[in-house]
Design a protein. Sequence first.
Length: 244
Amino acid sequence: MRIVRTKDYNDMSRKAANVISAQVILKPDSVLGLATGSTPIGTYKQLAEWNHKGDCDFSEVHTYNLDEYVGLSHDDPQSYHYFMRTNFFDHINIDINNTHVPDGANLNADEVCPAYDKMVADAGYPDLQLLGIGRNGHIGFNEPDDVFSKGTHCVNLTESTIKANSRLFEREEDVPRQAYSMGVQTIMYARMILICASGEDKAQAVHDMILGPVTPRCPASILQLHHHCIVIADEAALSLVPAE
């Protein structure tokens, strides 16, 4: 793992955007794996600004998102389809037909999951996979478990994840209890992984990811074994990781 310490969230966002823009500039038809949540919003905003200036062209890029809530329509304001459009896709020159998010509106996991795995495999897997990390060490919606997941699957969300995500819903009981998530094995197929973290509430998870044992109880710990993983995190998130 290569660790990049940043001053704060804005600095983290700019540095993450630098890595992604460099990938797209060097390979205009890049396949990007994308994430949702509050962590990447600043990165997406920075990339959109550079796109408007003509510094970063997304016209040939294909994207594959990590996950989606089960049971939400694509136009539901809480869905990740909607999140990606309003926070990123609507602000850049990407062909919306080249963007892909698991179909949470389809309740048939046996249909959705293999189809999404085939789609990602047919694309050759991401050149760069962007990740955030949950407070319990989850990546995508791969929650702590006894084994590492493989392909796309339907996940029963933990209470800690439901509580963390409830800030985006009117009531905690409105948070979906299940999600489709790209599997850990699929994530590891990416040629480069960029994982971002900000805030003191992520410090223990970041510590366990970098310095703890490789265990499915902290899904992000598997990234220690990836050949090209960059961690970009602010001082608060890295507060439990000694500076080299």
